[in-house]
Design a protein around this ligand. Structure first.
Ligand code: HEC
Length: 242
């Protein structure tokens, strides 16, 4: 076999296949085997909580109908909002999977082609170690932009109008309209609509470089040992900021 060049290539091919399997599958499994998977409740962070409260302010009637009355003050309010936030993330993710948004949007910033300049920090394995990434939403096509750092990049209003009718904001957009997440107009999102917007706002909200905007105020939930903020990342996606 080794007297022919093709035989050498064949054996080398098998060797490299084995090497790739060990380095890309076996080693990561062994490395992350003992890491607990985060639940939706554990994924609620100050940034996504800010968006939840912002949705309640912008769409008060829809929010009330979807999630009920927010308790007035105190720890009860915090616990209530955190739980509703986790519930909404689960519902939103279900809608995202069900609508096959992943068919056109990836959720993975690759360490090639300067992707980090366009979309933000390169994806890390730990970001996918949670309930909302089962199965992972990496996606295989990019008809639209990568969404893994979409959170905070646009306002909730923008998302509502865009989801209702993408063409009204981006002329010629091939993204389909999703009117069934609204009661007739973009200012009346229903429970699944609010949840889907919250889910999109959650994407990347765990990063230090979450792009703050408008009248963002750090939530009191921010832990005192929060790591220092890093400089904002350059965002050069088409369309720019709202
Ligand atoms: C047929 C492909 C396609 C599908 C399916 C699709 N999108 Fe899009 N999406 C696009 C394209 C193309 C753009 C860029 C043009 C635009 O903004 O409309 C886009 C843009 C977006 C943006 C704005 C990104 C930014 O900041 O510029 C968001 C958010 C988004 N899509 C979310 C979704 C969600 C949520 C779903 C599922 C309910 C979905 N998309 C389904 C193609 C798609």
């Amino acid at each position: 076999m080794l007297e022919k060049r093709s035989g050498v290539f064949f054996i080398a091919g098998l060797f490299f296949f084995g090497l790739a399997f060990v380095s890309q599958a076996v080693v990561p499994i062994l490395m992350y085997r003992d890491q607990p998977e985060k639940t939706a409740e554990q994924l609620v962070n100050p940034n996504v909580r800010f968006q939840m409260e912002d949705l309640a302010k912008r769409f008060p009637e829809s929010f009330k109908e979807a999630f009920g009355d927010i308790p007035a003050v105190g720890p009860e309010r915090e616990a209530w909002l955190n739980q509703r936030c986790a519930d909404a993330l689960r519902i939103g993710r279900k809608a995202y999977t069900g609508e096959a948004c992943w068919h056109c949007h990836s959720q993975f910033v690759r360490p090639v082609s300067n992707e980090d300049r366009r979309w933000g920090p390169v994806a890390k394995a730990e970001e996918y170690q949670n309930e909302l990434q089962r199965p992972v939403m990496f996606g295989t096509r990019r008809v639209g932009p990568d969404l893994s750092r979409e959170g905070g990049r646009r306002s909730n209003d923008w998302h509502a109008v865009h989801l209702f009718k993408p063409n009204s904001l981006i002329s010629g957009s091939p993204m389909p309209a999703y009117p069934w997440y609204f009661e007739g107009s973009p200012d009346k999102p229903n429970k699944r609509g609010l949840s889907l917007i919250l889910y999109v706002q959650w994407l990347g909200s765990w990063l230090e470089s979450y792009p703050y905007y408008e009248d963002y105020k750090a939530s009191p939930l921010r832990s005192p040992d929060a790591r220092r903020p890093s400089p904002a990342i350059a965002v050069t996606s088409e369309g720019g900021k709202p």
